[in-house]
Design a protein around this ligand. Structure first.
Ligand SMILES: *Cc1c(COP(=O)(O)O)cnc(C)c1O
Length: 385
């Protein structure tokens, strides 16, 4: 049915009506005082969201552009970097770093498992000559629903002393606690179509003092993504290039919504949605890809048994219920389906998705679960939390 679509993919995520309406007007000039006021307000609120006093710069890009900016502004050709790879996004950052001529050492884990902080510790402690210039880690690995242990990995980076930590927080910001200043994270990148609850098109990069001093000597080529330009103009509540101004209207609206809800409540809501989804999926006798102790609050990846076709489940969910779920990526294509519960998502959507999933499983003739056990479990978890 038209207009009924319920997005339960990990980006683009649902956009609240307040933000949609905020965008539905003529663009304004980006050199106008009206725009400067919006720029000042959203920058302030972005710092609040990132729990930082540092710069949070806004780019016209998707999340990948923000990460690319986070990598290229602070490094030089031939620099050694460690890159955590346990999913599609970790692999992408290794590709970006390689494309720019960095020497990449991958720290890998099986897709669906978290990165072992111990492997970072070993590499960093062995690096007596301080050759490692940066450690690149994805906190919430969206392709598998795994939450990597940024705090512990970061503590080893801090003990090393020289390397910067560059964090992909694309499905973390606005979903999971990532206290940027408390952890002294050097670079944190994210994108608008995830926890920010607005359409795709804006990238965000938080940059700390240590990264800015690396910027002074970094020699990789940069122009459109030269963060120094964005910092200079942000100080005047402006942007170096024409920004998608209507997305700023939407961002202004959703950041206000987020402030009203409060960080603690936002994180608690995502925890609740995650716990409910995982418990219900387990009650349906469907295995989860990631372990409970490393579960992403943004997304749950489900690995059904071979007799249940993940793509058929997605097709039924879409056709009968207008619920969009995500499929698997790369070698997990067709093997898993992913339920996004990120951003503008409430308990109602999770209840609906679980009920619809039960119908889809029954339609496919999967009889390994007690009928209604998914919904019963979901309501029990919600009633208790
Ligand atoms: C969505 C996402 C990105 C960015 O993807 P874009 O399509 O470039 O916005 C990066 N990392 C993670 C973990 C993501 O979920």
């Amino acid at each position: 049915m038209d207009d009924k679509l319920m997005l339960m993919i990990p980006g683009p995520t649902p956009v609240p009506e307040t933000a949609l309406l905020a965008m539905a007007k003529h663009p304004i000039g980006h050199r106008s005082s009206d725009f400067s006021k919006i720029m000042a307000e959203v920058t302030e609120n972005l710092k609040w969201l990132h729990q930082t006093k540092n710069d949070v710069l806004i780019l016209a890009s998707s999340g990948t552009g923000a990460m690319e900016a986070g990598i290229i502004n602070f490094l030089s050709p031939g620099d050694h970097v460690l890159c955590g790879c346990n999913g599609k996004f970790g692999d992408r950052w290794a590709e970006v770093a390689t494309a720019y001529g960095l020497q990449v050492e991958k720290i890998t884990a099986e897709w669906g498992k978290p990165l072992a902080p111990e492997n970072f510790r070993q590499q960093l402690e062995a690096d007596q000559d301080k050759k490692i210039k940066a450690v690149i880690v994805t906190q919430s690995e969206t392709s598998t629903g795994v939450l990597n242990d940024i705090k512990t990995i970061n503590s080893y980076v801090k003990a090393h002393g020289e390397a910067l930590i560059i964090v992909d927080a694309v499905t973390s910001i606005g979903a999971v606690d990532l206290p940027v200043d408390e952890l002294a994270l050097d670079v944190v990148a994210s994108g608008s179509q995830k926890g920010y609850m607005i359409p795709p098109g804006l990238g965000f990069v938080a940059v700390g003092a240590k990264a800015w001093s690396a910027y002074e000597t970094a020699k990789l080529p940069r122009y459109y993504l030269d963060l120094g330009k964005y910092r200079k103009d942000a100080a005047k509540n402006s942007t170096p290039f024409t920004p998608p101004v209507n997305l700023f209207f939407a961002l202004q609206a959703t950041l206000k919504m987020m402030k009203n809800e409060g960080l603690e409540n936002i994180f608690a809501r995502h925890q609740r949605l995650m716990k409910t989804t995982r418990a219900a999926v387990k009650a349906l006798q469907l295995p989860l890809l990631s372990p409970d102790e490393a579960a992403s609050p943004a997304i749950t990846a489900v690995a059904p048994p071979p007799e249940v076709d993940a793509e058929k489940i997605r097709a039924i969910m879409k056709k009968r219920f207008d619920i969009a779920l995500a499929g698997g990526q790369e070698h997990l294509k067709g093997q898993i389906f992913r339920i996004g519960h990120l951003g503008f998502v409430s308990e109602r959507e999770v209840m609906s998705a679980i009920a619809a999933l039960e119908v889809a499983l029954q339609e496919l003739g999967y009889e390994c679960f007690t009928p209604r056990e998914g919904v019963a479990t979901a309501s029990r978890v919600l009633a208790q939390s």
